[in-house]
Design a protein around this ligand. Structure first.
Ligand code: FAD
Length: 485
């Protein structure tokens, strides 16, 4: 079996589906190059970190991801490098044995691509140092550092970078998909602040990717998705000063949804980039109605004016209105629901990027969430702006393509662990929701990658270049990635 065929065979559910046509002889060939226990032991002895095999007690825990849906996958080994040299050893080893490699950072991939049956998981979580240059204008962060720990380390020096909201998402996984969070209007995506990255290539060599060194690789690391070209070991970003931040929260009855969507869109299209408002249309706890909520993060002092301006634009008396000002770190924690180390959970999700938000968009969104209630699906519909500094970069300047778009919708469905019924119901509703906005959607967001969606819908005009960078850096397609270009 060629590496390419084996890669398809090994990639999770596609692999299971493939069982019906793969003969036992093919399986034997596919396993021909699996390293022996003594070969793994020799790799372990060359590393500061360690190699965990299925026979090791720590293996079962080490292979777990955030979403327990993927925990039944059986990688050949979980390799835990402690140094860049270890990553090089592991990559040389994987090249010698023609192994498929699934790098793992925070383990939050929506389709479980940082694990897999028969792959070598390369878990970079021990690479988590956070340092600042002497002027504190740049930080270098280990690929495996979780976002909350990054904020804690930088805030001690009064600095920060724009990130996503989940405290345990990995810095490298977030950045390679773009990275969208509370400061997206004020600062752009996380990847827009990337200055350079150190990477180990599939042959084990170390390179720097920046505007001047390996510029194609650098371009693709900013939005092309994880595990496509190389294993990132650390990333250097521009920092900015932390400040106090304002927040507001407004709830409206479902009957105000159309007016709330229109007001949110007008507010998010304004040049007031220091405020980012997320609009959510979420099922209530009994799934008998949906609730409309706006959560804003503002410059300190703007929270009351922005909150009241939005209420005025909606023109409906809110059910609830709250504002506050807090330190940068308290705000980071508030946005993480007060928990820096959330327990993993089962979910499935999807996304749509909208070029504009019109009255027709409002009608489509309301139809989608009304159908979710009718079907009793547990859903959250989270709508965030892609305006402001995200639009200061052109669509082809980095791999992240959405540079003139109004909004990103995430259709997010928490489900009871490993429930196939709830999973099917959620996927069916997400498909329905996609259908409702189909004529308005420019595609999906690769950080919210979902099953069954083609790569062309994530990268717009950038897919052709991504394919050619992939061919140059990983010609045998040994890095697993969350999707095939
Ligand atoms: C609860 C939750 C909240 C989220 N919130 C946000 C948000 O606010 N904004 C946002 O933009 N996204 C958000 N995400 C999505 C998240 O950014 C993506 O799922 C991201 O890919 C996760 O990165 P990770 O390192 O945690 O995951 P992993 O599963 O470890 O990695 C993701 C992908 O990157 C690859 N990879 C990991 N490390 C490396 C490396 N060192 N070198 C090369 N490839 C690597 C993996 O193989 C995999 O393909 C959220 C996800 C969850 C589950």
């Amino acid at each position: 079996m060629s590496t390419l065929d084996r890669r398809r065979f090994l990639s999770g559910s596609a692999g299971l589906a493939a069982l019906s046509w793969v003969s036992p002889a093919d399986l034997a060939v596919g396993h021909r190059t699996d390293p022996s226990p003594s070969a793994w032991a020799a790799l372990d002895s060359r590393m500061t970190g360690r190699v965990l095999l299925p026979s090791d007690t720590a293996y079962a825990t080490a292979k777990q991801l955030f979403n327990p849906r993927w925990n039944s996958r059986m990688p050949l080994a979980v390799v835990q490098p402690a140094t860049v040299g270890d990553v090089q050893e592991a990559m040389k080893f994987s090249a010698a044995y023609d192994l498929i490699v699934a790098p793992r950072s925070g383990g939050h991939c929506y389709v479980g691509s940082s694990t897999g049956d028969g792959v070598m998981v390369l878990d970079v979580r021990a690479l988590k140092s956070v340092t600042l240059n002497s002027a504190k204008t740049q930080t270098t962060i280990g690929a495996g550092a979780g976002l909350y720990n990054v904020h804690v380390a930088l805030a001690k020096a009064g600095r920060t970078i724009p990130t996503g909201t989940c405290p345990t998402v990995g810095t490298s996984g977030l950045t390679m998909g773009g990275g969208i969070g509370p400061e997206v209007r004020a600062r752009g995506t996380t990847s827009d602040r990337l200055v350079s990255a150190r990477c180990v290539l599939v042959d084990g060599s170390v390179v720097t990717a920046s505007a001047t060194q390996n510029p194609d690789l650098f371009w693709s690391l900013r939005g092309g998705g994880g595990a496509q070209m190389a294993v990132v070991t650390d990333l250097t970003f521009l920092t900015h000063k932390t400040t106090m931040l304002g927040q507001f929260s407004i709830s409206f009855p479902a009957t105000a949804a159309a007016k709330a969507i229109a007001a949110w869109a007008a507010f998010s299209a304004s040049s007031h980039n220091s405020t980012k408002v997320t609009l959510s249309l979420n099922a209530n706890s009994t799934r008998t109605a949906f609730l409309v909520r706006m959560h804003g993060v503002t410059a300190p002092g703007d929270q009351d004016t922005d909150c009241d301006a939005l209420i005025g634009m909606v023109g409906v008396t809110p059910i609830n209105r709250e504002t506050k000002v807090a330190s940068y770190m308290d705000t980071v924690l508030d946005i993480a629901n007060g928990n820096p180390n959330p327990k993993g959970r089962d979910f499935t999700a999807g996304s749509d990027v909208l070029t504009t938000v019109t009255a027709a968009t409002g009608t489509a969104l309301i139809a989608a969430v009304t159908e979710g209630i009718k079907r009793k699906v547990n859903f959250q519909t989270l709508i965030g702006p892609l305006t402001g500094m995200t639009q200061a970069v052109t669509a082809t300047a980095t791999a992240f393509p959405y540079r003139s778009h109004a909004a990103l919708i995430q259709w997010f469905c928490p489900i009871p662990t490993n429930s196939t019924t709830a999973y099917s119901a959620a996927r069916s509703w997400i498909d329905y929701a996609h259908g409702k906005v189909a004529g308005m959607s420019a595609g999906g967001f690769v950080n919210y990658v979902e099953p069954g969606r083609t790569s062309s819908s994530y990268f717009g005009p950038n897919l052709t270049r991504l394919r050619s960078v992939k061919a140059a850096y990983d010609p045998a397609n040994r890095l697993k990635g969350s999707l095939e270009y």
